[in-house]
Design a binder for this molecule. Sequence first.
Ligand code: HEC
Ligand code: HEC
Ligand code: HEC
Ligand code: HEC
Length: 250
Amino acid sequence: MNLARWIRAAALPILGGLLLAGGLMLTSPGTASAASNASQLAVPSEPDGNKACLECHSKNETMNRDGKEISIHVNGAEYAESVHGIISCVRCHAEAGPEHAADPNKPLNLPTGRELAVLKSQGCVKCHAGPYEESYNLSFHGVAVANGDNRAATCVDCHGVHNILPSRNTASAVSPENLAGTCGTAECHQGAPENFAKGKEHVIASEKSAPASLHLVYKFFMILILFDTMKDGPIVMFELLRRLQAGRGH
Ligand code: HEC
Ligand code: HEC
Ligand code: HEC
Ligand code: HEC
């Protein structure tokens, strides 16, 4: 068998193999699992500096901003039990350095209300980059906030602030038990039907964990694209070989 015929005979299995490999690549387990995400967070145990902050902030106090009383109270026990009990306050509050503790009444000029929630939530993804950030950015909430609509939910609206717990903990704001209540507040989706909050929140269509229909549509198009790109390779190769052989014949 000459080279060209051999390649022609082998092309189909090769193409099939490449498609299969591509398909397998697409179905390999996604990275959105909570465990793999958490294990990527190499943050040392460092809660000691927090005592100083909590000396002042665990007392029920408020500060005055633009004529409004704003709470600066943080429940120390709740914080210690939360997922972030192992990290320093200043990891999320870089603005509150040693100068702040020395002169606490000097305003830090942070925004207030919704603007603060949006600003601070942008900091969550410094540590929780990857699938959670990606899926949020693709969600209706993420898109709305990115377009300047501060009313849509930020990370802290769903997860809480200084009391964040994993969703598998029944006391978590985003546990299956509490999710309907978290979504159904007066500012958000009051009166929404009961199964409104059912299903996964952080969904990326490319993940195997995405709803079956969404994931299938995604795979169909990815395989189509893969096929479309790969079929051109062999076609070019056949054409070159044909010309080479035609050239030899002369
Ligand atoms: C000596 C007491 C004291 C200590 C220690 C202290 N704070 Fe404060 N903090 C205050 C007071 C009082 C305010 C309100 C300031 C005002 O009225 O503008 C405040 C305000 C804040 C604010 C809101 C600032 C703003 O302008 O919006 C943050 C955030 C904050 N503190 C975080 C921290 C962190 C984190 C630590 C530890 C690194 C810390 N604080 C240590 C007393 C303290
Ligand atoms: C995981 C990030 C994170 C950590 C860690 C954290 N905070 Fe916060 N903190 C936030 C966010 C987000 C807000 C804004 C919440 C909002 O208004 O929606 C906030 C708000 C505050 C405020 C109120 C500021 C204002 O103007 O309303 C104070 C005071 C504060 N934090 C102190 C602390 C202290 C003290 C600690 C440590 C015991 C701490 N924080 C740890 C994320 C964090
Ligand atoms: C400085 C890094 C850092 C920042 C900033 C941060 N986190 Fe975390 N987060 C952690 C660490 C460390 C854990 C604990 C991981 C573990 O349980 O192993 C954690 C855990 C979590 C968990 C539970 C994860 C799980 O698998 O159980 C959630 C939810 C979470 N964070 C949400 C947030 C939100 C919302 C913000 C922004 C307000 C935020 N984080 C900001 C470091 C951070
Ligand atoms: C609309 C509500 C909502 C918003 C907004 C939201 N989350 Fe979540 N988050 C959830 C729910 C519900 C879960 C539980 C798993 C699921 O449904 O995907 C979760 C799970 C997580 C987890 C895995 C740990 C766990 O508790 O299961 C992390 C980490 C996390 N979110 C981080 C973030 C970060 C960072 C942001 C902002 C960029 C964010 N989330 C925005 C609702 C939300």
